[in-house]
Structures are given as C-alpha cells and as structure tokens.
Design a protein around this ligand. Structure first.
Ligand SMILES: [Zn+2]
Length: 108
C-alpha cells in the first residue's frame, strides 16, 4: 500500500481563486536565490557545466543537455558533479569519508 497524500487533480479548469492564491504567493514573485550547486539541472543558467576538484585539480565539463539526458532535469547539479568527479578521482584513501574522494569546487 502506498499512502496517497496529494489530492487528485480535478478533471476541469482550475478556478480563478486558485490562480489568485498562486499569484499572491510571495514565492511566485521571484525564486529564492540558491547556490548553483544546489540547483536542479533544468534551473542552471548556463549551457556548459563545470566543476573542479580541489584535491586532484581535474576539471570536469559537461553540456547541460548531456547532464539532463544522463540524470534527468530534476537531478541536483551537486550530486551530478560529484559523481562525475568521483568517476576519475585519484584521491581515494579508503579512510574516513571526508578524506576520500574529490572536493568539488563549484565554479560560478
Ligand atoms: Zn579529485
């Protein structure tokens, strides 16, 4: 059994009151600013995404379109970029998590 929490979408046009409440929502005026690494791929304002590793100094670049094709538009760039770096990381110590793997440097 999967708990269904959202109400089903009615099969009719949304009432005007609904649109009024949406447009009156302060969040509709402007999205809150998020650091680039916390944004979803579809929200990133550039076509080429770039991340550097502060430990092994590799730079990984990927076209946004490719990243979306691989991971989907709702993937968070931080997760995608970390995975890209980890694929070729030379800094695997096998010790504590903080000492292992790449340290991404999100270029703005
Ligand atoms: Zn690295």
């Amino acid at each position: 059994m999967v708990a269904e929490t959202s109400t089903p979408v009615p099969d009719q046009p949304l009432p005007m009151e609904w649109w009024d409440s949406v447009l009156a929502d302060p969040r509709a005026a402007g999205k809150p600013w998020l650091p680039i690494e916390q944004r979803r791929l579809s929200e990133l304002p550039r076509e080429v995404l770039r991340v550097e590793c502060l430990r092994c100094f590799r730079v990984v670049e990927i076209q946004k379109a490719d990243a979306i094709r691989l991971c989907g538009p709702h993937a968070v760039w931080k997760d995608v970029g970390q995975r890209l770096l980890d694929n070729g990381c030379q800094q695997r110590t096998g010790r504590r998590h903080e000492e292992d793997g790449c340290w991404p440097n999100w270029t703005r």
